[in-house]
Design a protein around this ligand. Structure first.
Ligand code: BYC
Length: 471
């Protein structure tokens, strides 16, 4: 089998010997990384997976049994646009970059590497979840997410190897060498070094952290660097499924907890625990944790990096072309709250410096939609409790609010107060141990763990009781 056959692509790989050589060198290293750090214990199993074989609608959602190491990691870019132009910033209207512009080389490489780093990181974070799956349907969804993150790594490695020469090839190697949570060579962004070792973590991660991926990829899909824009456009189609897994997964847990609460006398958390469900307060704490770490992924509220990315035409706003008329955004200000002299005060910042915050705002609204859905599930099961998103200032490690303490409503509080309330607000060791204790594998087709409701339907045209993974 030639490399061309092995790597489905629409970038004319067979006529690009230099790129082929680079990928040929990288491929075995990728596979050893996958075998070492990918899903543990299931590499030899047949999994009912969706594989992209082209970007056409009929070519990209192809379902079949595949062993994960044999997944066809392809390179797919959306088709080029005719007379593509830079859609925003200081060079608005100029022809789009087809090669890396020399003056922005380092900046662009940093963006691609940061994006690329998250993909293997998430596979590493999730690698042990298979052994405690709540159903074969969920197991298959986990593996689908994992192989697609692997493919997204390929997408960024393609950009690095094709457009950045030798340093791009070095960066591609380093993407396989950093490790999530490693003290010496951690992954680049905070959320990707946090453990994701139970299924409540997994659903919260795919709900909140993958959703950052949606907004970052959407901003890069606007890029004036055409190859990056086109590859991110296609990645977005896959990202949608990951967020579905998270949003519907959490909804199913919430629904099951509410069903169990209905069976109890006093609707107390102890009774829910006695019935083997996950109390809503624990779910809320996991939401607080992953939501705040995911907010950090948008970077500082006031960011000269973001202003520079935009000015250069490298990273746009969410739906830049569809939503905005003024694509230069050189004027205007954005009102923020910042901490000065121990107080929260309003501050107007130049619009371009507030682009991280503006993107974060889009993300927050999207998350609120998910919360409303979970609260509808609670309402349907007659639960009086409602879940919520904490303030965007709560528990932040990046930007204006890092190094200060806030309560869930976003009021500035002392460190001592934060520490005394933290067990109510964030998952503690006891919560984690309780959730881990519930995680026992359920692998009979059609069966489901007690702490989660079954999905409304199966996947890939199959029913819930289909044998999604042959064990
Ligand atoms: N953790 O000006 P600042 C996904 C660094 S997820 C650690 O505030 P900037 C996926 C920052 O790098 C999407 N460090 O922010 C999801 C900078 O360092 P340097 C991933 C952080 O640069 C699930 C310094 O702080 N894609 O796809 O405007 C599963 C000051 O930065 C963090 C991207 O991120 C953090 N959270 O924006 C699988 C897109 N935040 O340069 C996949 C590409 C900031 O001074 N990345 N820092 O050493 C970017 O556009 C930007 O790098 C960021 C940060 C939005 C991340």
């Amino acid at each position: 089998m030639t490399l061309y056959d092995k790597i489905p692509n629409n970038v004319d790989l067979s006529n690009d010997p230099k790129l082929q050589r680079a990928l040929e060198k990288w491929l075995p290293n990728f596979l050893s990384w996958w075998n070492e750090m990918g899903p543990e214990g299931f590499q030899e199993r047949d999994v009912y997976l969706r594989t992209a074989i082209s970007v056409e609608p009929e070519g990209w959602a192809h379902f079949d049994y595949v062993k994960m190491p044999e997944y066809r990691w392809g390179i797919f870019l959306n088709p080029p646009r005719e007379k593509a132009a830079i859609g925003f910033g200081d060079f608005y209207g100029a022809p789009a970059y087809q090669e890396v512009p020399g003056e922005f080389r380092n900046t662009l490489r940093r963006i691609v590497v940061t994006q690329g780093d998250t993909e293997p990181a998430s596979v590493e974070q999730q690698r042990r979840l298979g052994s405690t799956c709540p159903s074969l349907y969920d197991l298959r969804n986990l593996f689908q997410v994992n192989v697609e993150e692997g493919r997204h790594l390929w997408a960024m490695v393609y950009i690095l190897q094709k457009y950045f020469g030798r340093d791009g090839r070095e960066e591609a190697e380093e993407l396989l060498q950093r490790r999530s949570g490693d003290a010496d060579k951690p992954r680049i962004l905070g959320a990707f070094n946090q453990p994701c070792d139970d299924w409540l973590n997994f659903y919260a991660f795919t709900m909140f952290t993958d959703r950052d991926g949606k907004y970052q990829l959407a901003s890069l899909a606007e890029s004036g660097f055409e190859p990056l824009a086109r590859t991110c456009q296609f990645m977005l189609t896959e990202e949608a499924h990951h967020m579905f897994v998270g949003e519907s997964g959490l909804e199913r847990i919430v629904k099951r907890t509410a069903e169990l609460m209905k069976q109890t006398k006093n609707q107390s958390e102890d009774e829910v625990r006695a019935l083997g469900g996950i109390p809503l307060s624990i779910i809320q704490r996991y939401i607080n944790f992953w939501y705040s770490y995911s907010l950090d992924l948008f970077g500082g509220e006031i960011s000269s990096n973001a202003a520079d990315f935009f000015a250069a035409g490298l990273k746009g706003r969410y739906l830049e072309q569809k939503k905005y008329e003024d694509h230069v955004a050189a004027e205007g200000t954005y009102a923020l709250s910042v901490v000065e002299n121990g107080k929260l005060i309003p501050k107007d910042v130049p619009l371009r410096n507030a682009l991280n915050e503006i993107l974060r705002g889009e993300y927050v609204r999207d998350c609120e939609r998910g919360l409303a859905r979970w609260n509808r599930a609670l309402e349907e099961e007659d639960s009086p409790v409602r879940l919520f998103l904490p303030s965007t200032r709560f528990h932040r490690h990046q930007g204006e609010y890092a190094n200060h303490c806030f309560d869930l409503e976003g009021n500035l509080i002392s460190k001592g107060e934060f520490e005394s309330k933290a067990p109510d607000w964030l998952p503690g060791e006891e919560d984690r141990a309780y959730v881990r204790g519930l995680m026992r594998p359920v692998t009979q087709p059609g069966k489901i763990a007690n702490w989660i409701a079954p999905p409304k339907s199966g996947v890939g045209g199959q029913p819930f009781d289909f044998e999604y993974v042959r064990l």
